[in-house]
Design a protein around this ligand. Structure first.
Ligand code: SAH
Length: 257
């Protein structure tokens, strides 16, 4: 047994059927899979039953869990990396495409997804368990109150599906909130039709003042004032991905002129 450590977000899943169900959400049959935060391996075991997996990289920050994994798992497909997923350069793991799976430590859920975005062309599929509320937010579409920065940025490059809810009681120790499993699949988008850096900035700025109309929320970015455009009288949570691209080009015009 590994004693759960709160600061590492350790809530160990205890239900093997749910572990199998999570692993079953990986559908793209990528030969290389990376598991974030395997802990004592409840997801690792069903992952090893998948024959299409040729390399399984376990990235675990906790020394005690790493020792546990080393003494319980000897499958030659496994490589254990004792590392912080947020810090480890992904080329140290593999230069090929790979899928990600994990019962993610909740305190760094958003940061994991920002890292996925940075490396989106190497990551065709992600299956992750996070707080239910966050999972719902990431999968939300325009018009929903929970639609936010990460929903827009992730949905620009991924199709997102909310898979199922997991109750508190199947973890040790139980977390305070329910969990949700989501699945991300890389879409066809390569280049967006606007400056990508500015797109990130516009999305973040627009949602930072989400109650304001976009004309007001984006004032700090638009040095020379914004033109007349119907999108600017809406609020961030109403806009689709395509409309955020249009918005970014409106802001770009005011910067270049
Ligand atoms: N997959 C296991 C454990 C989930 S708890 C299960 O379902 O039972 C989250 C796990 O992530 C813990 O094992 C914790 O040690 C690990 N972890 C926390 N922060 C991490 C980080 N930055 N990088 C890698 N692993 C991390």
């Amino acid at each position: 047994m590994v004693k759960p450590k709160k600061h590492l977000g350790q809530h160990f899943l205890t239900d093997k059927n749910i572990a199998e169900k999570i692993v079953g959400c990986l559908k793209k049959n990528e030969p290389i899979v990376c598991e974030i935060g395997p802990g004592t391996g409840i997801l690792t075991t069903p992952l090893l039953q998948k024959e299409h997996i040729k390399e399984l990289h376990l990235i675990e920050i906790d020394e005690e869990s790493v020792e546990y994994l080393q003494s319980h798992y000897s499958d030659p497909r496994i490589t254990i990396h004792q590392a912080d997923f947020l810090k480890i350069p992904l080329q140290n793991i593999t230069k090929s495409p790979f899928s990600i799976i994990g019962n993610f430590p909740y305190n760094i859920g958003s940061q994991i997804f920002f890292k996925v975005l940075e490396h989106r062309n190497q990551i065709p599929e992600v299956v992750g368990m996070i707080q239910k509320e966050v999972a719902e937010r990431l999968a939300a579409g325009p018009g929903s109150k929970t639609y936010g920065i990460l929903s827009v940025l992730l949905q620009t490059w991924y199709h997102i599906e909310y898979c199922f809810t997991v109750n508190e009681q199947v973890f040790f120790p139980p977390p305070k909130v329910k969990s949700g499993v989501i699945r991300l699949v890389r879409n066809q988008t390569q280049q967006i039709d606007c400056d990508e850096k500015l797109y990130f900035k516009v999305v973040k700025t627009a949602f930072n003042q989400r109650r304001k109309t976009l004309r007001n929320a984006l004032k700090p970015l638009a040095v020379n004032g914004l033109p007349d455009h119907p999108l600017l009288s809406q609020r961030a949570e109403q806009l689709s991905i395509e409309e955020f691209v249009i918005l970014t080009n409106l802001v770009a015009q005011t910067i270049s002129c």
